[in-house]
Structures are given as C-alpha cells and as structure tokens.
Write a protein that binds this ligand. Structure first.
Ligand code: FAD
Length: 435
C-alpha cells in the first residue's frame, strides 16, 4: 500500500462505506488502444467515463491508486451546489451575462444531479438531500447572503434566505444572524459514492484499471500515447482528471492550480439529543467567516468538521485538537468531543475560484477547479468534459477554457494556503468574529 493510500485509509469513510468492491481492476497488460482515455478515477474522471460510456464511446480509465483514493474518497461529503468564494454577481461581471449565467446554471444544478445519480444508480452512499445551510455570522454577511440567495433564486434554484429565528431553529451554532438555505444541497458518504460511480461506469461499458499511474502523454499520429509502468495506451482523446496530484502527467494540471491541504475530523457518535439540538433537520452547514467553520453529521451521528493548518509539521494531532475545541465552542458542547478519525487530503484551487477546462493539445483536455465544492461540481464538469471529448469545441462549453498555464510562482504556490489561512484567522479576529 502506498503512503497516499495509507493516508486515505485513515478517513472515516473507509470504515463506513461498506465492503470495498471485490472485482479486481488490474493494470492494462502491455500496449493497447482506446477511443478515449481518462486519467484519474475520482468523481471527475468517473463521471466523464460514465457519460462517455452511456453515449456508446469506448472509454478506458487509468487510475494510479484505487478508485476514490484521491480527494473524492476523503472529502467531507458536503454536497454544495455553488462556489466557495465567488458570488453569482461576480461571475456574471467576470464572464459576461450569457457565459456567466451558463456557468451559474451548470454549477447550481450539481447538487440535484448528484442525488439523482445516486438514486437512479441505486448507489448506497448515505445520501441525504436535506438542503445545505450557509450561516451568516454578522448582519453584514447576512446582507451578502441575501443578495446571493436572490441571484440564485432568479436563476430558478431552490435557494432562500432565512432570517435569524428561522435559521437558529435549524442550527445549533453559536452565532447565527440568519442563513442561506439551498434546498438542493445535502451530504453523502463520498467514498461509497465514488465506488458507486465506478460500478455505474463499468456497467455502461467503461473499462477501469487501477494501479495504473500515467507517467507521460505524448503526441502519436492523430492521437496520443499514454505511458504507464506496464506499457502504453493509444487514444484519440485524453481527459486529465488528476486534481491536485503531482505524480507523472498529473503535474501538468497541478502546476496550473494552488494546492490546499485540508484536515478533517470525525467524533465518536453523539448522543441523539445533542445531534437533534445542533442539526434538527440534519442540514450540513458552513459559516461565512474567512476561516470558515463547517459541520455535519454522518449516518451514525458522528460530527464531522475540518480546517487548514498553517504548518505541516505535527499537523494531524494539532488539527485534531483544534477541530475538537472549535466544535465545542461553536456548537456549545459541554467539552471537546472525543475524536474517532482525523485525516487529510489535498484539494486544488484556481486563482479566480472558478472551474476550468484546460487544453493541452488537440483532443487532450483536463478539468479542475472544484475549490472545495467538488462533490456537486464534478457531477456537471464530468459531463462537460464528455461533451468536449465528443466534439463540442472548448469555447462553446459552459465553463471557462484555455491552455493550461503553469502558475508563474508554481513552486511558491504550495505555501500560499499557509499565508491564506493566517490571513483569514487574522481577519476574523480583527472583525471580532473569532472568540
Ligand atoms: C479533505 C477534503 C475535504 C473536502 N470536502 C469537500 C466537501 O465536503 N464537499 C465538496 O464538494 N468538496 C470537498 N472537497 C473537494 C472535493 O473532494 C474535490 O473537488 C473532488 O473530489 C475532486 O475530484 P477529482 O476527481 O477531480 O479528483 P480526485 O478525487 O483527487 O481524483 C484524482 C485521481 O487521479 C489519480 N491520479 C493522480 N495522478 C495520476 C496519474 N499520473 N495517473 C493516473 N491517475 C492519477 C489519483 O490517484 C486520484 O484518484 C474536499 C477536498 C478535500 C481534500
């Protein structure tokens, strides 16, 4: 087992996703060919493969580890159909009305799509379409959420603003000035969902190979040759879906984004009366602080929250203690709750917090930019990549596209989140939002 796999197996989901799939997915033998190759077996690659296979295309997924061994198997399972940092109005201002609204419609539909896929594909992933709560910590932030809720509602999304009393009735959080409720959000067990997506893609005709890291992708005739440890695969079209990884060809995508090391913790199951008090409608929630506070329950009433560390050394133990203390303070628990699992994973951020389709050459594309909201967004972005592989021109896609450019400060980018988290904590303290 590689160190990446070992790290991922610390996640709560490895214990609660049920038995791992037992069908072997060995690496491809020697040299081969496929009409379309997908690199990476997370939500994005699997969703693209599912759509392509359903359209009758021959598609092969090459996954370096096992299905779900990236961010898709370790995230917190919040299904949030919007942007982590960008306001709808800012998206329209940046992309223009037509393209901006096309992107907003796509992103806004992500939550419903996830739950639909799980339902129709009979994926047992503890999916709960409860809605998602964005808690305002101040009157000022409530005004921001008011404008945001109106913008989403104008696009036909089931999003509304809750004034203070209504929001407090749905959340046990300490500071609630009101909230935005997106009824199409919710939560699930992400690893079980990833395993289910792989099963659906295979049932539709896709081939998935695990333990098949792609070292390089080289032009070869009218298509591309993917080099892996056991040989090579020729494909007319290639989709790079490797998120924040930097191994082999994944580096080409990673160099265009900022990596974000995120820590998660899950408590022992809560007493039913405490679970009812902090989440009477079982809504997963996040607040509006710069160093945001998030919480949700899993199917066994474990409380799950996360955070980012400024320094990597000793971060596991330190982050576990910090998350437990913050849960106690923010949710008014009697004491810091006992933790059952602490784990970490790497997400990727684009500089403008918007998703992207990157072009690496004719018929060689990559998708990224889920910015911590990838559960819902990949359900839509995977279909966009499938459209592109079926001939839709990148400029006609509802997602900004263009050549992947290495960030000019790529080696420094790994340090950026440490500065960002320090700045967020400072900002929250300055504005009196941090106890
Ligand atoms: C700790 C954490 C918590 C998060 N919480 C949430 C949340 O609650 N809600 C939400 O919406 N989003 C959340 N996110 C973000 C979300 O998990 C991601 O946006 C999403 O999983 C990205 O999916 P993906 O398929 O693009 O990438 P990944 O799941 O990372 O998949 C990439 C795959 O590529 C494979 N790979 C890498 N290199 C190669 C190679 N050279 N050859 C072949 N395969 C390769 C990897 O093994 C991996 O399986 C979180 C992220 C993290 C890290």
């Amino acid at each position: 087992m590689g160190s990446q796999d070992a790290e991922h197996r610390r996640a709560l989901w490895w214990r609660t996703a049920g038995p791992p799939p037992d069908a072997p997915r060995p690496p491809p033998p020697g040299d081969g060919a496929s009409e379309i190759a997908v690199i990476g077996g997370g939500f994005l690659g699997l969703t693209a493969a599912l759509h392509l296979a359903r359209r009758g295309r021959q598609v092969t997924v090459l996954e370096a580890g096992t299905v779900g061994s990236g961010a898709s198997g370790v995230n917190a399972g919040f299904v949030v159909p919007n942007f982590a940092k960008a306001d709808p109005a800012a998206v329209v201002a940046r992309l223009g009305r037509e393209r901006g609204e096309a992107l907003l419609r796509l992103v806004g539909a992500g939550g419903s799509r996830v739950f639909e896929t799980a339902r129709e594909g009979a994926i047992a992933c503890e999916a709960e379409e409860t809605g998602w709560l964005h808690l305002a910590h101040s009157a000022e932030m409530l005004d921001t959420l008011r404008a945001r809720a109106a913008a989403w509602a104008a696009l036909g999304r089931p999003v509304r603003l809750l004034e203070r009393d209504e929001a407090m009735a749905l959340s046990g959080a300490r500071r609630v000035a009101g909230a935005l409720l997106d009824e199409s959000g919710g939560m699930l067990n992400p690893l079980a969902y990833a395993w289910g997506l792989a099963r659906l893609a295979e049932a539709a005709g896709a081939t998935i190979h695990e333990g098949s890291g792609v070292e390089a992708v080289e032009p070869d005739g009218a298509g591309w040759r993917l080099r892996h440890a056991g040989g090579s695969l020729h494909a007319a079209q290639v989709l790079l879906c490797t998120n924040a990884f930097r191994t082999g060809v994944a580096r080409r995508l990673a160099d265009a984004t900022v990596p974000l090391q995120v820590y998660q913790a899950a408590t022992v199951p809560l007493a039913p009366e405490i679970a009812r008090r902090i989440a009477p409608g079982r809504h997963p929630a996040a607040d509006t602080r710069a160093n945001l506070f998030t919480y949700r329950l899993d199917a066994g009433n474990r409380l799950i929250s996360g955070g980012m560390s400024m320094f990597p050394l000793g971060a596991h133990a330190r982050m576990g203690r910090m998350i437990a203390r913050r849960l106690a303070t923010e949710l008014r628990l009697d004491a810091a709750p006992e933790l059952e699992h602490v784990w970490t994973g790497r997400a990727a951020m684009t500089l403008d917090f918007l998703p992207r389709v990157f072009t690496f050459g004719p018929g060689f594309l990559g998708g990224i930019g889920c910015n911590g909201r990838g559960v819902a967004l990949t359900a839509m972005l995977g279909e966009v990549l499938a459209d592109a592989a079926c001939g839709v021109a990148p400029e006609a896609l509802p997602v900004p596209s263009g050549p992947a450019r290495r960030l000019p400060f790529a080696p420094m980018a790994r340090l950026a989140p440490s500065f960002a988290i320090a700045q967020a904590r400072w900002q929250d303290r300055r504005l009196g939002r941090e106890p």
